[in-house]
Design a protein around this ligand. Structure first.
Ligand SMILES: *Cc1c(COP(=O)(O)O)cnc(C)c1O
Length: 391
């Protein structure tokens, strides 16, 4: 890395020269994360597909593809981005409740590894379109296992009352139907129970559910080539410097210990946040420091348009002042953006070194669902991205 480092390992030249606001990606953290994923999965019949929706930045995608991961995709646009980044189509999965005809055709045309099918009407359409194209489509059924991942209500996906997947009670009919369709090759079962999951217990429950299902289908003489347990592993938003990587050993270890894979069965993972969350920070400049009644506000040139997670999920991100070296005094601030919405707040009652107009602020752990969820609301520009470290 470069010589002059700011606090917390930011490369001074890069941070101070780029026009704010921008995403700063520490590629050393990304490389370390990918190396650890590969280390923990080596020697097991495991395949990790990166969930592109977490961050579709082309440079990040290329790095991840170069480390041999597959891609989990949720739109035609993501299929195109993954192809452009060099992911192997065979190692692509396509999820989503509302796949349109052109997106399905694009997937079939490029021979993607698996459609994660979320309904019987979708299965029928894939069969029909594959037939028209003279091809066979690989599918897995996305099952809603009715497991509560104890995460925020907008990011829990595996309980019975949300829109994702098909119910376990109708699975057997669906499986038998799929086996009868001429242009469908039924490969496996797919699950995804939620996001930002930091306790392993929901995953243990998922393993137990899958074991029961596999036993049941075994008795019917039905074998699945792939079991896909989705993503959802969380990161430590509170301590990005002491925990830059998630505990992959514990995560993969949970499946090694609890899931009874059958011979010749592959286990697929679809991690998004856990791969890219820690490597990114949103860098902004302080435009004004102002005081209303008893509150002090730091107003940044970045807002919910660059990073919507605090406004959307009440998510926590550590806020750091990168320009405050040597300042002893602290104060308490609400750190807010410039967008015309009262939810445009990054942090309430945040204790920071006394902060001034022009200071550089880092909003940490913003590599996942940051840049990829940015918008042009208020006719703002899309954020730029800069890369530090080995690439
Ligand atoms: C979003 C999503 C993922 C990735 O979730 P993370 O919490 O980022 O790991 C994986 N699979 C599916 C089907 C998804 O929708």
């Amino acid at each position: 890395m470069g010589s002059a480092m700011l606090e917390h390992g930011f490369v001074r030249d890069i941070v101070e020269q780029a026009a704010t606001p921008f995403y700063y990606y520490d590629m050393n953290v990304l490389q370390a994360t990918l190396a650890e994923v590969n280390r923990q999965t080596a020697g097991h019949p495991f395949r990790v597909h990166y969930a592109v929706k977490a961050n579709g930045n082309p440079h990040i995608l290329k790095n991840i593809a170069n480390h041999g991961l597959g891609a989990d995709l949720v739109s035609g646009g993501e299929i195109k981005a993954a192809l452009a980044a060099g992911f192997d189509p065979q190692e692509m999965t396509f999820s989503g409740v509302g796949k349109t005809d052109w997106e399905i055709r694009l997937g079939i045309e490029n021979g993607i590894g698996c459609f994660n099918v979320e309904s019987i009407p979708e299965l029928e359409v894939i069969n029909q379109l594959a037939g028209e194209m003279g091809k066979t489509a690989n599918i897995a059924f996305r099952i809603n296992p009715d497991i509560d991942a104890h995460t925020h209500k907008y990011i829990t996906t595996g309980t019975a009352d949300n829109k994702f997947g098909i119910g376990i009670e109708v699975l057997e009919g669906a499986v038998k139907h799929a086996l009868s369709l001429p242009n469908i090759h039924m490969k496996g079962l797919h699950f995804h129970i939620g996001s930002q999951i930091t306790m392993m217990q929901p995953y243990v429950m998922l393993c137990e559910t899958i074991n029961r299902l596999l036993d049941h289908y075994d008795q019917l003489g039905i074998h699945f080539e792939t079991i896909n347990v989705g993503g959802g592993l969380g990161i430590n938003y509170l301590e990005p410097d002491t925990h830059p990587l998630p505990d992959f050993e514990q995560y993969f270890g949970t499946f090694k210990q609890h899931l009874k894979l059958q011979p010749n069965q592959l286990l697929h993972f679809e991690l998004g946040r856990a791969i890219v969350g820690g490597c990114g920070s949103l860098i902004a400049r302080v435009v004004y420091v102002k005081e209303n009644r008893n509150k002090k506000f730091i107003i940044l040139d970045a807002g919910m348009t660059e990073l919507i997670r605090p406004a959307l999920y009440e998510a926590h991100h550590e806020v750091q002042n990168l320009s405050a070296a040597g300042r002893e005094q602290q104060d308490t601030y609400d750190v807010v953006g410039p967008v015309c919405e009262s939810s445009d707040v990054f942090a309430h009652d945040c204790v920071l070194p006394v902060t001034q107009r022009g200071d550089l602020i880092a909003i940490r752990s913003a590599g996942a669902y940051g840049e990829s969820m940015s918008s042009r609301y208020n006719m703002r520009s899309m954020p730029a991205s800069v890369f530090a470290g080995n690439q």
